[in-house]
Design a binder for this molecule. Structure first.
Ligand SMILES: [Zn+2]
Length: 154
């Protein structure tokens, strides 16, 4: 992916994400986070999306992958309430802490996992519609899910 002048260099990325094992395959995902864009790998030959980033398209084995922003809408596919876990900024395991794997509208089986904000845990259910939102964590934008207004939850 061609970097524009407003995009961070690889060196800047390494500095901002010093707690992440960055490589040339996943760097586009993390660079996107700084711009509040969830950029997932999409094959420019067959159009197949995949996540986590891989060096070749799992569908057609092409290396022509482009980090492409998703619309950020989807459905809760899997929901976990964590009562304990590693200490993390803004994470309260006493509530407990919700983690949702969301199936994105772009493609069946394309899923992205994060916490859900702005809702009581009792209102979270598999099958509910969610939208991508962003919070600040460790000084950087962090993608999270929020119940969609059309989800009937709020
Ligand atoms: Zn492909």
């Amino acid at each position: 992916m061609a970097a524009t002048s407003t995009e961070e260099s690889d060196a800047e990325l390494l500095e901002r994400f010093d707690n992440v094992r960055l490589d040339h395959i996943n760097k586009h995902l993390y660079r996107g986070l700084l711009h509040k864009e969830l950029r997932l790998s999409r094959c420019s030959d067959c159009g197949w999306w995949h996540h986590r980033p891989k060096p070749i398209c799992p569908n057609c084995w092409s290396k022509n992958l482009v980090a492409t922003p998703v619309a950020g809408t989807g459905t809760i596919h899997l929901l976990i309430l964590l009562h304990q876990g590693p200490p993390a900024e803004g994470v309260d395991y006493s509530t407990p802490h919700p983690v949702a794997t969301v199936e994105l509208d772009e493609q069946e089986g394309l899923r992205f996992t994060s916490t859900v904000v702005g809702a009581d845990n009792d209102d979270l259910e598999i099958g509910k519609r969610v939208e991508l939102d962003w919070i600040e964590r460790n000084g950087k934008p962090y993608p999270v899910w929020r119940l969609a207004n059309d989800g009937g939850g709020r």
